[in-house]
Structures are given as C-alpha cells and as structure tokens.
Design a protein around this ligand. Structure first.
Ligand SMILES: [Zn+2]
Ligand SMILES: [Zn+2]
Length: 654
C-alpha cells in the first residue's frame, strides 16, 4: 500500500498510502507528536491535519512552537469562533468574510443595529464559552450546487455570492466549529479549545462596505487581536498604549509644533517651536554634508513639463504631480509646469553645465529639496505621510570604480548621523537586479558587487531582496528601529545607470574621450517632515536637549522675582540657549505642569531666596528632585549640554 513518498525536513523519506493525512503521519512518527501536532506544510502549502495527501510531497509537521503557523491558526479559528458567538447571541445577523490580519483578524457582519462596546464584551464572553467547550473542528469538500442550496436555506446571501465567485475548478470547502458552519479555505485547529482563551481581545467596530464597494450594503467590521499566551497579549496592548501616547500628531498639538488644515491637505504649517526643531536638524545636517565633501545647491520648484517628459516622470508619474498653467508673456501659448516631485532631473542639469573631467569626480551635490507629490486624502497621516516635504537629497556623480568607496562613505555618514539623533540600531536591505532593467549585465555585476562589498566593509549582516532593485540600478534601504521596536525606512542609496543616459550626462576621461557617469541617489533622513515625526514618537516628545525647541523656562515663585527672572533669561540667551520667562501670576506647581506637557527639559524656579543668593532651583523634566544652584554654574552647564553632538569637543588622543 506504499503508494506515495513523503520527504521530511531532515531529508528522510517515508512511504504512505494515497490519502494519508498529516494527522496519520504524526501518529505514525510518535504518539507525542500526534498530540502536539497542529497543522503541516505540504509542498509549501499550509495544510490541515485532516486533509488527505494524494501524491509525493515534502512535509513538515507543525506544533504550537512554530509561531507563524500557530498564530495563523489561533487568529483564523478565533475569527470563526467570533462569528459563531455573534450568531449565537443574535441569530439574525448575516455573516460575510473574516480574514487573518497583522496581530489578529476581523469579521464583517450585516446587522441593522450597531455593535456597542457592551456587545463586544458579550461576544468575548461567548467566545470563551465556545473555546472551553472544546468543540471539534471538522471539514468537508462539497459540490457547488449543494453548498449554494445550503446557504440559500440558511438565508446567508453573502455566502452564496462568495461561492458564485469561486472559479469552477476550485473545491468548495466547508468547516464546522462544533455545530456552527462556515465556508472556508482552511486550515484550522482540531478543536476550539486550541485557541488560548486568555490571549485574545476584541478591539473595535468599524464600518466596511461589502466587497469594498460603496454601492453595496454597509457592514460592521469587528476587529480582534490574538496571541499565543496572555503575556504576549498584554505586551501588545502595552505597545499600543505606548504608541498612542507617542503619537506625534497628538504631541504636535500639545507642544504646539505644527498643524494641518483643509486648505492645504498634507502640507505642514510649522509653528515657531516646531520650526526650531526643523532648523536645528537642518543646521546639523548641513554641517555633516559640508564635512563629507558635498556641495549644496538649490534648484527650482516649478519646472516645465518638457523636463519631466525627458526624465520619464510625465509618462509614468503624472497622476502624482501637482501642475500649474501660466500664460507666458509674449507667447501665444499656455505653459504647463509641474512642481517637482523629486530633485534628480534638476541635479543632472547642474552637472551638465560646463565640461566635466574625471578629476571632478566623484561630484556630490546636495539639496534640501522641497518636493510635492499628490497622495490620496485617506493616505495622509500627520508628518509621516504628506504631500509637501523636504528631502535631505543628494546625488553623487562618479565612475563605476568609485561606487564602492562612495557607498562605504555613505553608510559611515549615515551611521554617525543616526547615532547622533538617537538611533543606534538599523538594518540594511539590499535589492538586486529585476527582470526588467536597463544597463548591461557587466555594469550590474560591478555595481552589485560594489554595494555588497561596501556593506561588508562596515558590518556583516544585511537582508537580501533579490530582483527587487529599481529598473535603473541596485539599491540599499536603511530601516531604523525606534524606542518601542518599530521599524522606519528612512535612508536610501541607489545606483542609477539610466538618468545620466537620458540627459546625456558625460565627463572626459583620462583617455580624452567622453564617458557616462553613474549617478548615485542617496538620502539619510528621507524627509525632514517624516523624520521629525519619527523623532517625536521615538522620544515621546522629550527630544534631546540640543533639539528641544524651548530648552529652559525660568519661572517665578513670587512676583517680586520678575526682574531677576528677566536677567537670568538674558544670560541664558546670551549663552545661546533657547530660554523663556514665565512670570505669570500662577502657582509654581501649575507652571511646572504646563511646561512638562510642553516637554521643556529644564525649569528654573526663582523665589525670594534665589533672588537674594543669585541661584536658581533646577527641575529637570520627569524628575522629582530639585537642586538649588548658582545661576552662573547652571548657565555654563546648560550651554555645554546644548551643543549638538557633532560640535562637542572630544579630548584628542594626541
Ligand atoms: Zn476559516
Ligand atoms: Zn534622486
């Protein structure tokens, strides 16, 4: 009866009868595996323990130790259990679909009345009930007509529609969680008790149209999250709370850093304090670029469509470009311009001015380039996703032989900058040649080798993403990790063999002939707007002292300290600190509270005794203790503390 051969992950093969299930296979291996098994992977497909295997295949049996499979089943079974709970409580509710999503699942229901928070509590309780009953999960493949007739009899029109959309060649698979039935591709657990009863939570209800179509019925979508154990759920909820507290849109309001309004969606109105952060970061970046041998330029924001036609953007990217029309004086035609969505084509124009020699290379041109791109309204998200932004952009024109050293220098520069602004951990993703591409294989070989060697000269790990490079060259993406473990893709480094060709950029080589330079696109922050958003969230608004928009507030405890406060503020400002007076007739505790919400790092309180002794009471943000110190000492200390990291004098080793 040895009809098919199954190959295990260790390379061993065993023979089984046609139609053997993973449950049979697990039992054949050991009773303990039979007990622990939850599903299998069969030739790359996630496979229910009950499904038959009908041909030779590679098989791996999964247990709860396999996170990916275990979590998929937990979340998917939880979706079914939730739908069953809803129909047990409200039998008239119609069910639709319920897929697994990141951290959990959702299920869409058709019900007149909205679900309330109390309803969610009742559904959760019912779900725990169903889990504790340990009802068997069973599955069958049905004929299409039988399934349709079944759902018509059940008065579940959405399920009928779903079956009608399944291609004729595909089986109609039915699942039962106890008595409750759903149409489903599977796989699932063996019984409802395998979903941890204390590790899931229903999060919220939102409206959703059937099939995402606003002409179809509006449904109610209930979201849930589920994990392997209670601690993991707790950690997730803590993470959400932490992320919510750090939301830069909320902190931006509380600290009065910026705002948005409908007249300019996705474009930032920077307030004085927000713009102070921006300027401090820009000054810092400018010093870094100057030191690293970049030349800063500025190119126009409004550029004739002819240039975008030449660059290819007009063809491929036009829907995302803001355009303007203007009657050109003395000309009988309207002129169409576009706001630049990127700086690259303008930078080639600068390179193309005058003859370039190989001695001019590598030529590094930088621009804090103001760009505009149309994003759908719904995609906009505070500073993180905007329509108007400023890239810390630069392009390096170089020879093929210079790619490696330029890339290594870039990674070094980027590492130092990330470290200075508080991100010590970042990952590199390396994307190589896609199928559709320009440039010869020889050039691609050279560029890919150069990028890989450059990474390896700095660190020994990177993530390879084969085939995901741009059509014009290989690229690196830099993802940094913030204080609560979220990843943000910020930096990028891309080799480009295409744009220099399109704009006929050349340099004269040592042989006296014209050669084509390679163009390297690179950015470190990505955009100032988004990076400031990331920093606000990373630091929960408590920015490092050198970036804090208001560094010191000097506050009176009693009103006759006003003159001394003004004097202290003048001294702090003379030392280059961003200092303010608070001489309002309010209690000091109130002032401390207000400036804490504004995330002011240092509050200096001044009463009668301080005036007398020329001291101040120093209170640091988030600290309970205070210290009475001579004003002159405090000014000197804060002045040193306010230095940006690149300007701090480190004792030389000489
Ligand atoms: Zn399912
Ligand atoms: Zn570029």
């Amino acid at each position: 009866m040895a009809d098919i051969s199954l190959t295990f992950p260790d390379g061993n093969k065993r023979a089984y009868g046609v139609g053997v299930t993973p449950a049979d296979v697990a039992a054949d291996i050991s009773p303990s595996l039979a007990k622990k098994a939850i599903s299998a992977t069969v030739d790359g497909a996630h496979w229910d323990l009950q499904w038959p295997i009908t041909s030779d295949a590679a098989i791996a049996i999964h247990t709860m130790q396999d996170d990916a499979q275990a979590l998929e089943l937990i979340r998917h079974d939880a979706a079914h259990i939730m739908a069953r709970a809803v129909q047990e409580i409200w039998p008239d509710v119609k069910v639709t679909i319920g897929p697994v999503i990141e951290n959990g699942w959702y299920y869409d229901f058709d019900r007149e009345e909205p679900f309330t928070p109390e309803d969610l509590g009742a559904i959760e309780a019912k779900m725990k009930d169903i889990i504790n009953r340990r009802d068997l999960v069973t599955t069958e493949v049905w004929e299409r007509d039988r399934a349709i007739a079944y759902y018509e009899a059940q008065n579940e029109p959405y399920k009928v529609e779903l079956i009608e959309a399944i291609p004729g060649s595909e089986p109609i698979r039915m699942y039962w969680h106890g008595h409750w039935q759903d149409l489903c591709r599977g796989p699932h657990f063996q019984h409802t008790g395998q979903v941890p009863a204390d590790a899931f939570k229903l999060m919220k209800v939102a409206g959703a149209y059937w099939r995402g179509d606003s002409n179809r019925p509006q449904l109610q979508r209930i979201y849930g999250v589920a994990f392997k154990n209670r601690q993991a759920l707790k950690d997730h909820l803590t993470f959400l709370e932490e992320a919510e507290k750090r939301d830069h849109r909320r902190l931006g309001r509380e600290m009065s850093l910026f705002h948005f309004q409908e007249e300019a969606p996705g474009m930032v109105f920077w307030h004085p304090d927000g713009w102070t952060i921006y300027r401090a970061l820009e000054d810092y970046m400018r010093r870094q670029l100057d030191r690293a041998g970049y030349r800063e330029i500025k190119t126009p924001q409004v550029v004739d469509r002819k240039l975008w036609e030449a660059s290819g953007h007009w063809d491929k990217y036009r829907e995302n470009m803001f355009t303007t029309e203007i009657d050109e004086e003395h000309a009988n035609e309207k002129r169409t311009n576009a706001l630049k969505p990127m700086n690259c084509p303008c930078h080639v124009q600068v390179f193309n001015q005058g003859l370039k020699s190989y001695r001019d290379l590598p030529l590094r041109v930088a621009e804090f380039g103001s760009c505009h791109r149309y994003e759908p309204h719904g995609a906009l998200h505070g500073l993180m996703r905007v329509r108007g932004f400023t890239q810390d952009d630069a392009h390096i024109f170089c020879t093929e032989d210079q790619i490696e050293s330029e890339c290594a220098k870039f990674i070094e520069l980027l590492s130092g900058i990330y470290r200075d602004v508080g991100f010590t951990k970042f990952d590199i993703k390396f994307s190589t040649r896609p199928e559709q591409r320009v440039g010869s294989d020889e050039v691609w070989d050279k560029a890919e080798t150069a990028l890989e060697r450059a990474i390896l000269s700095v660190r020994n790990d990177f993530e390879l993403d084969p085939g995901e490079g741009a059509f014009y060259g290989p690229k690196l993406d830099f993802k940094l990790t913030d204080a609560i473990g979220r990843e943000w893709q910020c930096g990028t480094f891309q080799a480009d063999f295409n744009l220099p060709e399109r704009f006929d950029a050349t340099y004269i080589g040592p042989d006296g002939e014209k050669h084509r330079p390679v163009m390297l696109h690179r950015a470190i922050l990505g955009s100032f707007e988004r990076f400031i958003g990331i920093m606000i969230e990373n630091y929960a608004g408590k920015l490092p002292f050198w970036l804090a928009p208001r560094q010191v507030v000097v506050a009176t405890i009693v009103s006759d300290a006003d003159a001394y406060v003004q004097e202290a503020v003048a001294e702090l400002r003379a030392a280059g600190l961003r200092a303010e007076a608070d001489i309002r007739n309010e209690k000091i505790n109130y002032k401390v509270r207000v400036h804490s919400v504004g995330k002011v790092p240092v509050i200096l309180a001044v009463g009668a005794r301080e005036v007398e002794d020329r001291t101040v009471t120093v209170r640091r943000l988030g600290e309970k203790q205070t210290a009475v110190r001579p004003l002159a000492d405090v000014v000197a200390e804060l002045q040193a503390e306010a230095l940006p990291p690149d300007l701090v004098q480190t004792p030389s080793a000489a």
